[in-house]
Design a protein around this ligand. Structure first.
Ligand code: PLP
Length: 483
């Protein structure tokens, strides 16, 4: 009952698209989700004897083959529980390889573009590497001149570089192959952050591009649900020379690879990490097949470009050379010019709730912006619905700037039913209508189902900095037991 109550307050993919850029919130097909409820998968202990886990042996072997095909890299470890754990594992593998080549290894420098996800420098530091940032150009692409200069300057101590492709700015880096070559020419290896694989699968691959290691986020690109931060799987794929160093397992060993004696220690307490969840990505890959997977990448890129083109006349879109340039599978709406006039990106983000939408990614990778990623899951109608909401909000931004009372819907958003119904004199009738049903056709449209926000605007920063315990005190529990 409590869980049902919580879930009824939530906006899910059944209510609206969840256009979180970089997060790839695609549909989790029911058929793919069902097997994790089967006892054949759930009632097996991770340390069960080998001869009793033939099914898991087949599953892990087959999905490893699929991952190798998709990434163009042959060596797979399914252990890491997340993308960031994949980064950590991949970098440890690189470090082990370098140590094996030279026990006095001095290669410790890791070049990371400033556009990188925060987990990149964090994982790098955890593995004992020294992070050296690389600049990006104004158009968002990697500054190859700076990359070359830094790679050459640190040539004697260069361990690797971490590159995200397409980049976290939502663009296909034209100089990706050259960037990889620069790092290789200076003795470093290339770690590709594969969180954006949704724009690559079946069209190109990290292996084709020349990367040495990549992690996938099966909980992004391969349909495992990941609301609330998990559970995830962040397998890594590596090239031949790194394969011997992939993590082993101290207790059970691995099911289908012989020990090489060079493995790094396990990065998960079990040999195959979150193994039961593999069934989701396995089913997804099987159902999509070799034709469906590249097609979904194409539709994901097409959807993003359709929305980008539709919104371009209303908002500035970042990192496009001109109005005709394409984005990858996501794009960034720049709201900074409105911030100067008093409308913050967070206001737009909260206001989208009144329209029944989940907000796009706020303030990453650029503060004051929203990053939109529709994925291939959304149909044309939903793409249009979201664009229409954003276009309608653009009009509200003008109201706010002009000092029109209706513009207050932005700083006041989101509006709850309580707020609008029970604060009778706080708002005018017209304000209430616009606040609750901003789009003209929403009030009368039987198809439109609004998921009402249940909490009005809160002070996010205050909440983040002050722990507020809502559980009863010991005395309260004791008193209630007395009665
Ligand atoms: C999501 C993401 C990560 C981290 O993955 P987690 O599974 O959340 O740890 C790393 N890099 C990029 C670009 C991402 O979008």
């Amino acid at each position: 009952m409590f869980f049902f109550y919580l879930s009824s307050k939530d906006v899910s993919l059944a209510n609206s698209m969840i256009p979180l850029g970089s997060c790839t919130m695609k549909l989790n097909p029911t058929t793919a989700m069902v097997p994790i409820t089967w006892p054949e998968f759930t009632n097996i202990h991770p340390f069960q004897p080998r001869e009793q886990v033939k099914g898991y042996e087949k599953l892990t072997k087959e999905i490893s083959q699929y991952i190798a095909t998709v990434t163009g890299l042959p060596g797979i470890s399914l252990q890491p529980h997340s993308g960031s754990a994949g980064e950590y594992t991949g970098l440890r593998v690189i470090r082990q390889y370098l140590l094996e080549k030279d026990p006095n290894n001095k290669r410790k420098v890791c070049l990371i573009p400033v556009s990188a996800h925060g987990t990149n420098p964090a994982s790098s530091a955890m593995c004992g590497f020294k992070v050296v940032p690389v600049k990006c150009l104004e158009d968002g692409s990697l500054d190859l001149v700076d990359l070359k200069a830094k790679a050459e300057k640190h040539a004697g101590e260069l361990a690797c570089s971490m590159i995200t492709y397409p980049s976290t700015y939502g663009i296909f880096e034209a100089g990706i192959k050259e960037a990889i070559e620069i790092v290789h020419n200076n003795g470093g290896l290339v770690y590709m952050d594969g969180a954006n694989m949704n724009a690559q699968v079946g069209l190109t691959s990290p292996g084709d591009l020349g990367a040495d290691v990549v992690h996938l986020n099966l909980h992004k690109t391969f349909a495992i649900c990941h609301a609330g931060g998990g559970p995830g799987i962040g397998p890594i794929a590596v090239n031949e020379k790194l394969t011997p160093y992939l993590p082993g397992h101290e207790i059970t060993g691995l099911l289908h690879s012989e020990t090489t004696g060079k493995e790094i220690m396990s990065v998960s307490s079990t040999a195959y990490g979150n193994a039961p969840l593999l069934t989701i990505s396995y089913a997804y890959m099987k159902m999509m097949g070799e034709k469906g997977l590249p097609y979904s990448s194409i539709i994901a890129i097409l959807n993003a470009n359709y929305m980008k083109s539709k919104l371009l006349g209303h908002y500035p879109i970042l990192f496009l050379k001109d109005d005709n340039s394409h984005c990858a599978h996501e794009f960034i709406i720049d709201l900074r010019e409105f911030e100067k006039k008093g409308v913050k990106a967070i206001d737009v983000s909260k206001r989208l709730q009144d329209y029944g939408f989940h907000s796009p990614t706020l303030a990453f990778p650029v503060p004051g912006t929203l990053m939109v990623e529709p994925t291939e899951s959304e149909n044309l109608k939903e793409l249009d619905r979201f664009c229409d909401a954003m276009i309608s909000i653009r009009k509200e931004i003008d109201w706010f700037i002009e000092g029109d009372e209706r513009g207050q819907v932005l700083p006041n958003a989101p509006h709850t039913l309580h707020d609008l119904l029970l604060n009778g004199d706080k708002y005018s009738e017209e304000y209430k209508k616009i606040a609750a049903f901003p789009m003209k056709d929403q009030q009368l449209n039987a198809e439109f189902w609004k998921q009402w926000p249940t909490v009005t605007r809160i002070d996010d920063t205050y909440g983040d900095l002050h722990l507020i315990c809502t559980c009863p005190s010991v005395e309260e529990v004791a008193n209630s037991q007395d009665n």
